[in-house]
Design a binder for this molecule. Structure first.
Ligand SMILES: [Zn+2]
Length: 373
């Protein structure tokens, strides 16, 4: 939603959320017209703008570096990364599943702040070297700011509120101690919401004491963290509830199937009118080959119904359109999401149709589970 694709780095797709475009301008504007002119007086405005643009660019690159290091550590530990979205004050790596063990989570979470800390030291060293070489304020100023912002980024991300990196470290430790990812997530997310409340309260205080812009930033980040903390806890509860469930537990078994050599006339009379379903899986020699719905038939004039066959108008099964009955439901969710569809055919080991599963089946199962809790 609302993201621009930037390209791939190390095979990981990088996306830019629209909020980042706004942040980009805000940061660049604040640096060029307020921060640099106040810190380094007496330079021409064009120099401040150049400093602002360069700093903003490297600030952006620093966040990407931070996020990339999470992703690369995750991938090295066998957790596939689908893409990275950069937004607001950081980024989010879209990982296909939660880490399997607290140790993996520990490594993944530590990678980001470590990367930012490294950049902070790096830009600090560049600044010192530039100053020693006699470089002027434009260069040392940019380096000093980048050193400062990266250390700040590391520090902010180490705050122990889930889903910030510090919260992930906390979760990994509690998970290690208690053996329960759900309890660990609950505690770490509660910390996250606590931090969010502190940020919002601090922001209100700043607004009341005439630091309007800084105050609004605090409130905004606090609100964002609160949303993220709630969302990630619910996500863990849901994936825990589904983690032991197989596709066959949710599917509607033995759907009525239609052979692909049937004429449309017989398809309408013997299937659509007789069974009242709006769509049927189509088979050839017992194997699924497609899906047919009333809208596929509507395009064909009635006069041709005796000569046109189901195989000619059905929607053929594309790659990944079937799921095995013994797969985990989490695989099913990924598949439904990737294909942007709301139903999939389920097959058994011999590739015969075993059932059909829809988003509604999953929602119904979850409602029952939650109600019984
Ligand atoms: Zn991070």
């Amino acid at each position: 939603m609302g993201a621009i694709r930037l390209g791939k780095i190390f095979g990981i797709e990088v996306r830019l959320h629209f909020s980042w475009v706004i942040i980009f301008f805000l940061v660049g504007y604040t640096l060029s017209f307020f921060y640099f002119p106040e810190q380094y007086e007496g330079l021409p405005q064009s120099t401040y703008i150049t400093m602002g643009l360069i700093t903003t660019f490297f600030f952006f690159a620093s966040i990407l570096f931070h996020e990339m290091s999470h992703s690369l550590v995750a991938r090295r530990n066998g957790i596939p990364i689908r893409f990275i979205t950069l937004f607001v004050f950081g980024g989010v790596s879209s990982i296909a599943k939660e880490p399997d063990s607290p140790n993996v989570e520990l490594k993944m979470a530590a990678a980001g702040p470590a990367a930012s800390l490294f950049l902070g030291v790096f830009f600090g060293a560049v600044g010192v070297a530039a100053a020693l070489a006699g470089a002027g304020a434009p260069i040392t100023g940019v380096a000093a700011y980048l050193a400062f912002i990266n250390v700040l980024l590391a520090a902010f991300n180490l705050v122990p509120g889930f889903p910030l990196d510090g919260g992930r470290l906390l979760r990994a430790l509690i998970w290690k101690l208690t053996g329960s990812i759900q309890r660990a997530t609950k505690i770490a997310a509660d910390f996250g919401r606590g931090v969010a409340v502190l940020l919002i309260a601090g922001g209100l205080f700043l607004v009341l004491t005439n630091y309007l812009v800084n105050g609004l930033w605090f409130i905004f980040i606090g609100w964002f963290l609160d949303q993220a903390a709630r969302g990630s806890y619910q996500q863990v509860v849901v994936s825990q509830a589904l983690s032991r469930v197989l596709v066959r537990d949710l599917m509607t078994p033995d759907p009525v199937t239609m052979p692909d050599d049937l004429t449309l006339r017989r398809a309408v009379d013997e299937y659509f009118l007789a069974h009242k379903h709006s769509g049927f899986p189509v088979t050839r020699n017992e194997e699924p080959v497609g899906v047919i719905s009333l809208s596929d038939i509507r395009h064909v004039p009635q006069g041709e119904w005796d000569s046109v066959r189901v195989s000619q108008v059905m929607e053929p099964l594309g790659h990944g359109a079937v799921v095995e009955a013994d797969n985990h439901v989490t695989d099913l969710l990924t598949r439904l999401h990737d294909r942007e569809t709301d139903r999939l055919l389920v097959v058994d080991r011999n590739h015969h149709i075993a059932g059909i599963v829809t988003n509604d089946d999953i929602a119904r199962y979850l409602r029952v589970q939650v109600a019984l809790r």
